[in-house]
Design a protein around this ligand. Structure first.
Ligand code: UD1
Length: 354
């Protein structure tokens, strides 16, 4: 079987790792296409190195741009790549502009398309990720869903016959990396003592970073928290804060460059909790036993909220009380699978081979 994976943004490299590892033993051919959406070494290369992912076979080098420019550049570059490699499956991941560009390129050239992490919904039509995931699911021949909730969404949209529950590949990689780093001290920025309470925070979504007033109120609230906040600063946050004249280095805030995956897992494992607007990190916090506060009005990972490990807070007025809340009782539920979703994904792709 020949699979062509299209990735480009940081969370997709994490999801690619277990898929690349699960494809290797079966003698399958795996072509990796990197769109270049993320290009800084700490947003891209470190993931390939740390997670032992083979170097991309093709690099489109698209870089940043408005949604239309970025997506269009990927789409126009993909025709030649698909024509050359002629895969049995094009596999796209998650909900970024690289996902929708990859999906469109595959359906237009009639290559079978599988969408990994299908069926997630925020029902917030202002999020670019919501357009990307809905359109990709409706284009796909196979919707590989991480959770039963995702399957239910797909059924409701008339996609039940194409949907298969494979589990969540991020669980595979998160649990295996956690086992490797559990006993190592986290790499923390100056001014944070790993033996004392600290929080891990990431803020990068358009709805939180692009409006200077919203960004200012979030940064002010984080800076006023009673324990150090390790702020893993995405380039988008750094750029928007600089433009709006918002200082990220004050009060409780300890900004630092984005961490590699093992370092991020170690930092969360030893933390008092997480404050984020990331999708993936909400779930990683749950898997690693760190209470999460999500600075959004809704989440795609509703199980984390239902099980008491995640609290949604679009407004930050009472942030200190929320993030310092008592730890919930440990949960034995495993809504994100048992860490073997990549194997299930490969088996499903084989079973549905045309
Ligand atoms: C993208 C995804 C988002 C995902 C996130 C993970 C879309 C629509 N959004 O958002 O779903 O959660 O990736 O990080 O695809 N930049 C750099 N260096 C880089 C990459 C980006 O400096 O390596 C800066 C540029 O100023 C760029 C901005 O970050 O314009 C935004 O990058 P972009 O890829 O457009 O979206 P993300 O915010 O990273």
């Amino acid at each position: 079987m020949k699979i062509l994976s299209i990735v480009g943004a940081r969370p997709q490299f994490v999801k690619l790792a277990p898929i690349a590892h699960a494809l290797a033993p079966g003698g399958h051919e795996h072509v990796i296409v990197h769109t270049g959406q993320h290009y800084d070494a700490n947003m891209s290369d470190v993931f390939f190195e740390d997670l032992d992912i083979p170097a991309p076979n093709v690099h489109l080098g698209v870089g940043s741009g408005s949604h239309g420019v970025q997506t269009g550049a990927m789409l126009s570059a993909m025709d030649g790549v698909l024509d050359e490699h002629r895969p049995d499956w094009v596999l796209v991941y998650g909900d970024t502009n690289s996902t929708i560009a990859g999906a469109l390129s595959a359906v237009k050239l009639h290559f079978p398309l599988a969408h990994l992490e299908a069926g997630l919904r925020s029902f917030n039509r202002r999020m670019p990720e919501e357009h990307n995931r809905v359109l990709t699911d409706h284009a796909a021949d196979l919707c590989l869903a991480p959770t039963q909730t995702a399957i239910d969404h797909l059924i409701r949209e008339g996609l039940g016959e194409r949907a298969v529950l494979v589990g969540d590949v991020m669980t595979d990689v998160c649990l295996s990396v956690a086992a490797q780093v559990r006993d190592s001290a986290p790499l923390l920025p100056e001014g944070v003592d790993g033996s004392q309470d600290y929080l891990v925070s990431t803020i990068h979504r358009a709805e939180n970073t692009d409006d200077p007033e919203q960004l200012r109120s979030i940064i002010d609230a984080l800076a006023a928290l009673p324990i150090p906040v390790v702020l893993l600063a995405h380039p988008r946050l750094v750029a928007r804060a600089a433009t709006a004249g918002i200082d990220l280095k004050r009060g409780a805030l300890r900004p630092t460059a984005p961490l590699g995956y093992p370092q991020m897992v170690a930092a969360v494992l030893h933390s008092r909790g997480v404050v984020t607007d990331s999708g993936g990190l909400q779930k990683e916090a749950f898997l690693l036993g760190a209470p999460c506060t999500t600075l959004r009005t809704e989440t795609e990972w509703t199980e984390t909220v239902d099980l008491g490990w995640n609290v949604l807070r679009p407004q930050v007025d009472d942030l200190a009380a929320v993030v310092m809340r008592p730890r919930p009782a440990p949960s034995t539920a495993s809504p994100y699978g048992d860490g073997r979703a990549a194997e299930a994904t490969v088996a499903t792709l084989m079973r549905h081979l045309r």
